[in-house]
Design a protein around this ligand. Structure first.
Ligand code: ADP
Length: 247
């Protein structure tokens, strides 16, 4: 469904992504693991054009196909299309502090997609209920726990009705006791058939939920496979070293 080919991204003279290829099937959960600084976040940000690679292509093969060649000069329209197709959940939630949970979720569909506010409001309430926050819709971020704020972040990403959900270490800023609620919400989405790419260090989540685990190191994918395969029989020395370190 989604074909990513030969993504290169350099910051200054630091080549952070050095030729990333990845296939993501519809409904798949892909977990990206790897040491800090290996390029995971940068890659995720390239998947919704928050970072623009110098080179590489992203292709959505479905009823609303999209092909972006980042090396070509005029990709503005395609970049906007890519942003509409993918919803991002950030490590630090990135909610608007002066807007309620409900207003945060309604922002994208109304401001960016220009959809009917009445319909959007109904959908936003349903989404907030889905992530377990039906009784919190009128609260501001500062009145919510980190885990609740992150679930608002998930509802907000879902609100644009994306084809692809991107999660950038969604639980790493949370107190340990709040992590499970967020992981459970993500598990529910996976079971509902959402296509997801998740950067995380939560190995148990990867084992339980991922269809494919990808290990990055120094801007490249060094190994990928089913969680079974990868955790039980890692092939690459760098995968073994990384797994050893986090276990
Ligand atoms: P990871 O998510 O695996 O920890 P990142 O993608 O965050 O890795 O970072 C990979 C490398 O890219 C790091 O060396 C980081 O310092 C660098 N980097 C990331 N974003 C920027 C940026 N906006 N400007 C300059 N360097 C960056």
């Amino acid at each position: 469904m989604i074909k990513v080919r030969n993504i290169h991204k350099t910051f200054g003279d630091n080549p952070v992504l050095r030729g990333i290829d990845l296939d993501i099937e519809k409904g798949q959960v892909v977990v990206i693991l790897g040491p800090s600084g290996s390029g995971k976040t940068t890659f995720l940000r390239c998947l919704n054009a928050l970072e623009l690679p110098e080179q590489g292509t992203i292709e959505f093969q479905n009823s609303d196909p999209l092909f972006i060649d980042f090396a070509s000069k005029s990709v503005k329209k395609e970049i906007l299309a890519l942003r509409r197709k993918s919803g991002m959940v950030f490590q630090q939630y990135n909610l608007f502090p002066h807007k309620t949970a409900l207003e945060n979720v309604m922002e994208g569909p109304i401001q960016v997609q220009k959809r009917d506010p009445k319909v959007v409001q109904e959908e936003a309430i349903a989404l907030l209920s889905k992530v377990g926050l039906a009784d919190k819709i009128n609260l501001y971020p500062y009145q919510l726990s980190g885990g609740q704020q992150q679930r608002v972040g998930i509802a907000r990403a879902l609100a644009i009705q994306p084809e692809l959900m991107l999660f950038d270490e969604p639980t790493s800023a949370l107190d340990p006791e709040l992590v499970q609620d967020v992981l459970n919400t993500m598990k529910t989405l996976a079971n509902e058939g959402w296509t997801m790419v998740v950067v995380t260090h939560e190995i148990k989540f990867a084992l339980d939920v991922a269809d494919k685990v990808v290990v990055m190191d120094h801007g490249q994918i060094v190994e990928q496979g089913s969680p079974e395969q990868l955790f039980k029989h890692p092939q690459h020395e760098r995968t073994k070293a990384f797994l050893h370190q986090i276990r």
